[in-house]
Design a protein around this ligand. Structure first.
Ligand code: UDX
Length: 429
């Protein structure tokens, strides 16, 4: 099929590339000319495992191309996907100006029937507004079907998540576009759920808020574990073996971050408020998350007493493993708080150091993770990069003035670390 994706961020670029990979003819559009130039030159604007290879392969096969012209994208395709940012506003509501702008651009370029698919995460009732906007600004007398098709991609696993989805959600106002959408997704052999537009939009916010709730739940349990001498990892394993609960998203941590959970939670709380419901449960999820970071900083301060001029090594800057994304990263938040206390930081991340430089200055960026601990008074694990498990802890201990480790991701074994000689403090154990 001929598909156009407007917006080449994490979602748009992965979506377009994975559509091309299964044989569709795909045009990726972005109004950022620099980004289009970068992509045309074969370079990636983001790090996402497996993406670069797939982009190169599909460009070479002639199935994937890039342009900054929305008009070209609309004219040449039957189905137009919108994957533009929907950033939060200070009051937690969603800024829909990019959605509105792109809806108008599509309308102005339309000369024949199109299916317009919203992939961006939006408040319930946005689909209706997109349809109204397109009809208002379209000069040609042509039909349009607006669809909601939320994405459920995790950064760092986005290609895999796209190629092997648990489900595909398609929210429609009529049956007319359903067959085409089923054809778009047929190669992925995933269950396809067809709903009304509002339900599809709500599935996204409800699912992400539920996952955030799961993390806050286990983080709250981790506090009880610490107070009672239990081990949160054992509790999570025991809970997770119940298939109704599941083990995923039960990893206690210094809190969740990223460009989705914090934003989607605020948005869902705000949407609920506008619809007359006080979603107190989700406000508690936010509160527990913020408190989890406070608790971690307090733990560091209690052990180290004064941080002024103490040298701290920090492993991890990305908001989670397998990504170079530092937006709303708990690791960055932590570094800034430690700096405020006067600590001197040596930091490392396998992929996110370049992006971190824009938001974290006056630290030493260390290329080799095994060299971070040199001369440090304590070492901190802030991101769950699997490679950190391979840290040469013996070398780290010898290189530090004091072998103290604060593990915000429970990466190491408590007994082993203590045997090596570390004062080792983790989460909920
Ligand atoms: C999330 C959703 O998973 C995805 O479906 C949606 O489309 C976008 O938002 P993402 O933000 O990429 O994806 O990351 P995710 O893997 O969900 O992790 C979010 C945050 O929660 C990270 O900071 C991660 O470290 C943290 N986390 C995750 C935990 O602290 N504990 C866990 O058990 C799982």
């Amino acid at each position: 099929m001929k598909l156009t994706i407007i917006g080449t961020g994490y979602v748009g670029l992965v979506t377009g590339t994975c559509f091309a990979e299964v044989g569709h003819q795909v045009i990726c559009v972005d109004n950022n000319e620099e980004k289009i130039k970068t992509l045309k030159a074969g370079h990636m604007p983001i790090y996402e495992p497996g993406l670069e290879e797939l982009v190169k392969k599909n460009v070479a096969a002639g199935r994937l191309s890039f342009t900054s012209s929305t008009k070209e994208g609309v004219e040449k395709s039957d189905v137009i996907f919108i994957a533009v940012p929907t950033p939060p506003q200070p009051d937690g509501s969603v800024d829909l100006s990019f959605m509105e702008g792109v809806s108008r651009e599509i309308a102005q370029a339309m000369t024949s029937y199109k299916i317009v698919v919203d992939k961006s995460t939006v408040p319930v009732n946005t689909g209706k507004k997109v349809a109204e906007t397109i009809k208002r600004y379209c000069k040609a007398k042509v039909d349009v079907d607006v669809i909601s098709n939320p994405e459920f991609l995790r950064e760092g696993f986005a290609v895999d998540d796209f190629m092997k989805p648990d489900r595909v959600v398609i929210g429609v106002a009529s049956q007319r576009p359903v067959a085409a959408m089923k054809e778009v997704y047929a190669p992925y052999n995933a269950p396809i759920i067809v709903t009304d537009i509002n339900s599809a939009e709500l599935i996204k916010h409800a699912a992400n808020s539920f996952l955030a709730l799961k993390i806050s739940y286990i983080n709250a349990v981790s506090v009880i574990c610490e107070a009672s001498g239990a081990n949160v990892m054992e509790v999570a394993n025991g809970m997770g073996m119940d298939r109704r609960i599941g083990r995923q998203f039960l990893d206690a941590s210094l809190g969740f971050g990223g460009s989705c959970f914090p934003k989607d939670l605020s948005a869902f709380i705000n949407i609920s408020e506008q619809l007359g419901y006080n979603f107190g449960l989700l406000k508690e999820v936010q509160r527990i998350n913020a408190e989890q970071m406070d608790r971690f900083v307090k733990k560091i301060l209690e052990t180290m007493w004064v941080l002024k001029n103490k040298k701290l090594g920090v492993l991890g800057l990305a908001f989670k493993q397998n990504t170079d994304d530092v937006r709303m990263s708990p690791a960055i938040d932590l570094c800034l708080r430690l700096q405020k206390e006067g600590a001197i930081l040596r930091v490392h991340d396998p992929k996110a150091m370049e992006k971190a430089k824009a938001v974290l200055q006056n630290v030493t960026y260390v290329e080799d993770m095994n060299a971070v601990a040199e001369g440090c008074d304590a070492l901190i694990v802030a991101t769950e990069w699997p490679v950190f498990k391979k840290l040469d802890v013996e070398r780290a201990r010898k290189a530090m003035t004091h072998p103290i480790m604060f593990d915000g991701r429970n990466m190491f074994d408590v007994d082993e670390m203590e045997k090596i000689g570390f004062i080792y403090k983790s989460i909920g154990r």
